[in-house]
Design a binder for this molecule. Sequence first.
Ligand code: HEM
Length: 468
Amino acid sequence: MDKCAFFVPVFVFLLPLLSYAFSRKRKRHEQKTKLPPGSMGWPCIGETLRLYSQDPNVFFSTRHTRYGEIFKTHILGCPCVMLASPDAARFVLVTQAHLFKPTYPKSKEILIGPSALFFHQGEYHMRLRKLVQGSMYPESLRKLVTGIEALTVSALSSRADGRVINTYNEMKRLSFEVGILAVFGYLEPHYKEELKKNYIIVDRGYNSFPTNLPGTPYRKAMKARKRLSEILVNITRERKEKKLLEKDLLSCLLNSKDDNGEILSEEQIADNIIGVLFAAQDTTASAMTWIIKYLYDSPKLLEAVKAEQKVIYESNGNGKSPLTWYQTRNMPFSYKVILESLRMASIISFTFREAVTDVEYKGCLIPKGWKVMPLFRNIHHNPEFFADPQKFDPTRFEGAPKPNTFMPFGSGVHACPGNELAKLEMLILVHHLTSQFRYELVGSESGIQYGPFPVPLHGLPASFWKEE
Ligand code: HEM
């Protein structure tokens, strides 16, 4: 008898039995591993309105208190699992990172450029990540100190006439300039102006409603993004012709070859440059704005920082010699102020991943396709890890925090490759601000606005003066 003639009827008979057995097994698995506690809110809209009608930190922390370290919700059209413990964050970001992919709204991916590293996992992501990290090694950052210092002094001096300014906007201008410096090294002024002009339009559209209707900020941003690509292609081609041996990001991207000797395309280079500029600007600007606020609110701490910085300033002949890399590595109290500002403000309050398969964590099921959000801010503000968490106290960083409890720059395969550059910018700002300037915050209103990162209300209106 033909083998098939025997096996086919047996298979046809067994198939329903097998599928029944498998479905029972899956059901048993689902029963054993239940969804985490929490509310999915109303049909379709879930808890989105609740999230938007209150401070997002209150939204997350009330649920954290009610349900514990892992809970479910439904926001922005997606079922989500929130994770508010160091172990859970480590599980998603480090030990089981391959089970969770980065996820961003399509509209944002289109504006930044789909080849930017943070939209990817695996080999391409690792290759690009190494290139960005390579351009941020100490030997590269060391060369940026004088340039960052010049940009910082110019930013502070140009506003030090007592008029009221929006501090966040000024910090955004500064962090953009520093981003350009880190990516291109020296860049001809006409290119810089063109990049700035179009980048501002993309930035405005980034958080607007993503519709392609004529006249909308999103449509304008798409057009400006196209122009940015054209400018970047011109800069890249010129750089190739000059064959410069620089260590900035553009050179690292241009000189990279994969295992098969393939170079990166012009589009991949442009997407990653814009991605890095985006990742660098608002985050660092927000952190610097918070540092200015926290220091103003704590006159004793401001005095202690001033004392540390004045010694350095005077040893440089009252600013006649430039700040050195070594000096930026030796500002222990100011450094702790920066760490505490990053903890208090928790600029990236949480991040998003998506489960690529059903995952079990401590008896809870995280179903495939659900969003997963490690809540950095909840961990940074948990009294179990940081005593009296609402108090601004830099001395808490005299000892190292418990493992996985302090993640202002994330953790694992997508952790921030720009963290040393960001800290360098903040230290240089603190040095010049406190050794040569004084400032006053304007207005009595205090609070936080989200754009989308937390920023003091109205961008922290303030007046600055140069000290005589
Ligand atoms: C205070 C300033 C900054 C903060 C708080 C910050 C925070 C973070 C965090 C939390 C992540 C991880 C996000 C995730 O896991 O989903 C991240 C990723 C990233 N950051 Fe930063 N960042 C800052 C400044 C910078 C700067 C100056 C650069 C410029 C080089 C930069 C470039 C990046 C890039 C390229 C990624 C994606 C890394 C990857 O996917 O592998 N960031 N940042």
